[in-house]
Design a protein around this ligand. Sequence first.
Ligand SMILES: [Fe+2]
Length: 496
Amino acid sequence: MAAHARMPPAKWPKLGGRATLALALALFLGVFVLRLSDPNVGDGEGVLFVVPVGVLALRFGLRGGLAAALVTFALVVAWDRYRHDAMLTTLGYLNRGFALLMLGALLGIFVDNRRRLEAELLRYYEHSLDLLATADLNGRFTRVNPAWERTLGHSAETMCSQPFIEFVHPEDREATLAEAGSLADGSRDTVGFRNRYRTADGSYRWLEWNVASASRSGGVLYAVARDIGAQRQAEQQLADNAKWLETMVAERTRELDDAHAEMLQRLAAAAEYHDDETSQHTRRVGITAAEIAAGLGLDAEQVRLLREAAQLHDVGKLAISDSLLRKRGKLSAREHEVMETHAALGARLLSGSSSPVLQMAAVVAESHHERWDGTGYPRGLAGEAIPLVGRVVAVADVFDALTHDRPYKDAWSVEQAIDEIRRTAGSHFDPRVAAAFLKLHEDALVAQESSSSQQRAPGTGAPRQGRRSPAIRPAPHGGLASSVSALTPPARSHMQ
Ligand SMILES: [Fe+2]
């Protein structure tokens, strides 16, 4: 398809000024002579003067139309003077003069307005910052405005000489063809479509397109594109800033989380400091509780929270006197009552926080001495009325207490402690939680056995270290500050 690089050619005859004047003069004379040559002439031939009036009005606008009307009127008068028998009345002259002036003026005004509109459109077309184009359904531009050359450096002839897809960045061609297909089949307009166009120096610039579908524009695509290079740069800058901010927020959040976790650990350590200066008991209870929770199928976030929250289970001990916490031997009934208050005190200390960890810790602190059969404290809850996290921490706490030394009692073996957990499942502990704990133990034993077998087998290469769950590995030492102070069943502890 032939390319028309600029505005469409005008529909009016492109005669020069002198040629138009000569044509109009010939038409005037022709009509005048025609009237003179007809002995029975009437107003019919006079109407032919409309032709030269139209020619001059179309060429010269209002001034041409008015001049032509005056000439026509002069010829009419001259003809009447020559043909004395056809003299008009004054009113007749006025009628004809008015009609001719109106004809010339209206035609001239119409032409002037049309030209003014064309000039405005042309100025917009020529000076627009937007890239204006029409394209056919064969994938070629048929017309582009000068903004294309200013933006991409290609002449209008170049833009129209090859399929537009050849200017599109290879990575954007598939999407561009799909978009063009939608335009061609009329399924939708294009609004805000972006792709990259090649410039004359071989680089690419981002353009954003708005195009009316072919079905709404008579099979021709009228497109408006805009260079969004600066916008893309700004968007990229914003995206980079957002990413930087996101990184900074994540870093600060991590620092806060670390500080938070450390604060909780120090708080837990303070509660256990009376008889566990290394804080290993609280840490182990947190780990064991988290492993049991994972075994029960709690989601990762709940497991993470419980790992921290469980460490605060005895934070209420901060309110218990040192003499009572360090007392050797059996506690009196009154002393037991005081000791048992640590659960409710811990819950009161931790409650009211917006922190999920502290909220869970408050629940754990209050419920970790409840028993499945309802004989625990402080509320004597039974079964599933006891919060699950409390039931989990109860097992982890008791197991850790049993398997570690105390000043007044040696540690049990893991096997003894496991037997005790198994024996009291259904009375002290939730059977399901106890089963999950025992499963951890069994898995650890299997892993340990497998590791030992590999180490004993000849020719198996370097021995592998067997995995043992920290939940069931008794620490080599450590004072205990657990909820179970009695290390020999069925004696009751300070905390029970
Ligand atoms: Fe406790």
